[in-house]
Design a protein around this ligand. Structure first.
Ligand code: C5P
Length: 397
């Protein structure tokens, strides 16, 4: 897949640099040549010897190494590659790139290049969330840099949240997507994602714990394959995918309206955790506490958006995919759901607490199609998204 591709891999100084070693192996397994560059800080985490042994090439480390200048020169080094990949990319290198600074070999190469650049950020969650990093991220995206991840998860520093570097195989898949054919080009995919909020009164609502992570990852994977994506999202906690047409909604009824307005689509993927009920006639003003009496909430059923679209007579998308989060009899329940809702595929998963899937970084799904149940091995949620996107592409082409 990556035969004849030369990748200039810049490792910067973070604990995730150890995953950079595996990344080198994975890239080379697929036929890529890897020219490694290490920053001074990266050398605190991985040794130049290990990097050069795995890459099978000399490691570039210093801007003022005259031998390097004589051999190649930093300008040429930065341009001779087909892709520059920065993994891990620290908050520091992102800041330097956003400002156009060139005070070491890595930042100078990045400023001197006219080659496409991809970065896989890795940092503490507070550093990632900091407005300065988010500003730099937005600037880098405007400058045409492709950003892979980061993932949510446990961090080496003991905290939890976004900032964990994508797994080597997720990075490899993004690199392959960059060079590969774009099978979803010209295809419109509609995705619902996140929870819904159903109001009780102007300040209170009923919600659920969906983060929107899996839906956003699927959107990103489909965008990487060239799809035109409409992303209808409830109030999710993860960021919406860059490059999609985002439609933000709150309630199930709003989601239904947004879905109807976004059709026609070649495929529709319903990853949202839609509330089954809403409060019938939510109060227009804040409900007051009254001594001695408790309020009674009356519920009304929400529209089943997936079933509605799956059973459309005119204008049904060519492929309709639903999700099923189950705690027992996963395959039997999900298979019955596929028939009941009328969709083509169900992505089923076991969300029992002991699986650690809900709110976790990995997922183990079973894909239910008309041909039966296909269990997939447990893998990172981003990887599930990439493989699902590939299956969708195969089904539509
Ligand atoms: O019926 P259940 O909620 O288990 O079905 C889950 C699937 O149906 C998911 O794909 C979800 O996005 C979709 N759904 C929907 N509208 C609803 C309820 C669920 O689209 N009101």
């Amino acid at each position: 897949m990556l035969q004849d591709k030369r990748i200039l891999l810049i490792l910067t100084g973070g604990i995730a640099a150890y995953k950079g070693l595996d990344l080198i192996r994975r890239l080379r397994e697929r036929g890529a040549a890897v020219t490694p560059v290490l920053t001074r800080a990266a050398e605190q985490f991985v040794t130049p010897l290990a990097v050069s042994a795995l890459a099978g090439e000399k490691v570039y480390r210093d801007l003022f190494d005259l031998t390097d200048e004589a051999e190649m020169g930093h300008i040429q080094l930065s341009r001779s590659a087909d892709l520059i990949l920065v993994a891990p990319a620290t908050a520091d290198i992102m800041a330097k790139m956003a400002q156009g600074r060139a005070d070491d070999l890595a930042s100078t190469l990045l400023l001197a290049t006219d080659t496409p650049v991809m970065i896989a950020p890795a940092m503490n969650v507070r550093m990632w969330d900091h407005p300065a990093t988010q500003r730099n991220l937005a600037q880098l995206r405007r400058d045409g840099v492709t950003v892979i991840g980061p993932n949510d998860g446990d961090m080496a520093c003991g905290e939890f949240g976004p900032g964990r570097m994508s797994e080597p195989l997720e990075i490899v898949a993004a690199v392959e997507a960059h060079f590969g054919p774009r099978p979803m080009s010209g295809k419109h995919v509609l995705i619902t994602s996140g929870p819904t909020h159903e109001p009780i009164d102007p300040v209170r609502y009923i919600a659920n714990r969906s983060s929107g992570a899996q839906g956003a990852a699927i959107a990103t994977a489909l965008l990487d394959l060239g799809a035109d994506v409409t992303f209808v999202t409830g109030p999710a906690t993860v960021a919406a995918p860059q490059g999609a047409r985002i439609v933000a909604v709150e309630t199930a009824q709003e989601m239904q309206d947004a879905v109807t307005a976004a059709l026609p689509a070649d495929a529709a993927i319903f990853a949202a955790a839609v509330a089954d009920w809403r409060v019938d006639r939510a109060s227009d003003s804040k409900m007051k506490k009254q001594k001695g009496t408790l309020p009674t909430l009356r519920f009304a059923e929400n529209p089943d958006i997936l079933a509605h679209v799956a059973q459309m007579v005119d204008g049904r998308p060519g492929l309709v995919v639903g999700f099923a989060a189950e705690t027992d009899d996963v395959v039997a329940n999900a298979t019955a759901k596929r028939t009941r809702k009328g969709c083509d595929w169900i992505v089923a998963n076991d969300v029992s607490p002991e699986t650690g899937i809900m709110g976790g970084t990995e997922n183990a799904i079973t894909l239910i199609t008309q041909d039966g149940a296909e269990p997939w091995p447990r893998m990172a949620k981003g990887r599930v998204a990439q493989q699902l996107a590939q299956r969708i592409a195969d089904a539509l082409t």
